[in-house]
Design a protein around this ligand. Structure first.
Ligand SMILES: Cc1cc2nc3c(=O)[nH]c(=O)nc-3n(C[C@H](O)[C@H](O)[C@H](O)COP(=O)(O)O)c2cc1C
Ligand SMILES: [Fe+2]
Ligand SMILES: [Fe+2]
Length: 410
């Protein structure tokens, strides 16, 4: 279902707990998040207002083209924008703060609350007068009158300046990109109002596209939160549903993702122009299945890298099978290897490369990328499009090595 069909493009501001309101927006205009990742059902940018007796704080912002709707929602909650004392920026990616200059020009008493690293970066994005910035420290608090905001630095989720904000009285954790999901909010804003299975699946894809590279930082952030012993009754991320009933589900999904329990599974990422290579792919897949390996076939020319990352996140092995194309690695396969490199997917996993050609192999470029991704490259062989008897032997050896290494995972 497309984002527009959801008919929830313009949800009203909603109270999430006492004195805390969702003032986020749904983006049904963008086709690709970060101009890279397909969002067939859109995405939400969640922002919040916390009302204290001495003023209000806005937590996070939205992307620029939805600024008007965001500000109108804030106005509806606070009445007079002059009551806004603070605009907390947990993370400076423009999906969470491109709306800030407009808000600051209308909310004349508001000051940005940000980490010191964020305060440096913000000047590279737009000029903010120094006296409109409040730098906070890790563990620091801000009192709004009966409402206390505590700041927890969580660097690299997913930029260096990132922090989370915790509302002590109500136990709300504003977690920014962590625990976020693709998909505009449809049917409501809470985990118990929406089709949660859909959003959890999209949270997994969001993680593998956006946060995966920073898995260690996610793990550190979650341990930090646990050590602080915060009583969390609501997790309010910056994308996707707000968790109040199923906090355990999103936590356990995250545990599975940042410390993936790799399965005895081989993802075969392949390309084939005229079918010869595909025949080999099918044979390799069949042989691996016979050795009790789960096989996932991914046609690199037809599956978007966003979904490839999503699928391979629990694979113990990744196998690349492709023809040489104009003296190079078949481009869609190389493209995926490049994404795996950028996202550093290789750690703890094995890889194998099987190239088919008619007159010249194409291997080095992809093996370099896989090594840099952290894979242990078990084998990289080039064979003829119609394999010779020696080629057959090489294929068999490759399958043996793969199955053996995968078994070590169990
Ligand atoms: C457009 C195109 C470019 C190719 N470039 C090369 C090449 O540079 N070197 C080479 O050895 N083979 C090249 N080939 C041959 C293929 O790599 C070979 O036939 C392939 O292994 C067959 O795989 P397929 O049937 O799965 O497409 C090319 C084939 C095509 C169609
Ligand atoms: Fe981000
Ligand atoms: Fe984001």
């Amino acid at each position: 279902m497309s984002c527009i069909d959801l008919k929830h493009i313009s949800l009203e501001p909603k109270q999430i707990v006492k004195d805390v309101y969702w003032v986020g927006v749904n983006d049904c205009v963008k086709d690709l998040f970060e101009s890279l990742w397909p969002i067939p059902s859109g995405i939400s940018y969640n922002a919040y207002v916390v009302e204290g007796s001495e003023g209000a704080a806005v937590i996070d912002g939205v992307d620029r083209h939805l600024t008007y709707e965001y500000i109108e929602k804030i106005r509806e909650v606070v009445g007079d924008l002059d009551r806004v004392k603070y605009v907390v920026i947990n993370h400076l990616e423009p999906d969470h703060h491109a709306s800030t200059p407009a808000l600051l020009s209308l909310a004349r008493n508001a000051r940005i609350v940000i980490s010191p690293v964020g305060a440096k970066i913000i000047q590279s994005l737009y000029q903010v007068p120094r006296d409109r910035i409040v730098e906070v420290l890790d563990g620091g608090v801000l009192n709004l009158g009966g409402k206390t905001l505590k700041f927890i630095f969580t660097p690299w989720i997913h930029w260096p300046e990132t922090m989370m904000t915790y509302l002590e009285e109500e136990g709300v954790l504003f977690s920014c990109d962590a625990f976020g999901s693709y998909g505009a909010l449809a049917g409501g804003i809470f985990d118990d109002e929406v089709d949660l299975e859909y959003y959890l699946e999209e949270a997994r894809r969001y993680f593998s596209n956006i946060v995966l590279k920073y898995s260690r930082n996610v793990s550190e952030a979650i341990s930090k939160i646990e050590k602080l012993g915060l009583k969390i009754s609501v997790i309010a991320p910056s994308h996707g549903p707000i968790y109040r009933r199923h906090i355990d589900k999103i936590f356990s999904l995250y545990r599975d993702l940042y410390q993936p329990k790799l399965r005895v599974k081989a993802s075969i990422i392949y390309g084939s122009m005229y079918g010869r290579t595909e025949e080999i792919v099918e044979r390799v897949a069949e042989a691996l299945r016979k050795k009790d390996v789960t096989v996932e076939l991914i046609d690199a020319a037809r599956v978007h890298p966003s979904y490839v990352l999503h699928y391979v996140v629990d694979s113990g092995a990744i196998v690349f099978i492709y023809p040489t194309y104009d003296a190079a690695v078949f481009p869609p396969v190389l493209d995926i290897a490049n994404y795996l490199h950028i996202k550093q997917v290789g750690r703890g996993r094995v890889a194998a490369v099987l190239n088919t050609s008619s007159w010249g192999p194409a291997i080095r470029e992809i093996v370099d990328l896989l090594n840099k991704s952290g894979f242990q490259v078990l084998d990289a062989v080039s064979i003829k499009a119609i394999p010779t008897p020696e080629d057959e032997k090489r294929i068999e050896e490759l399958i043996e090595k793969l199955a053996m290494e995968l078994k070590k995972l169990t």
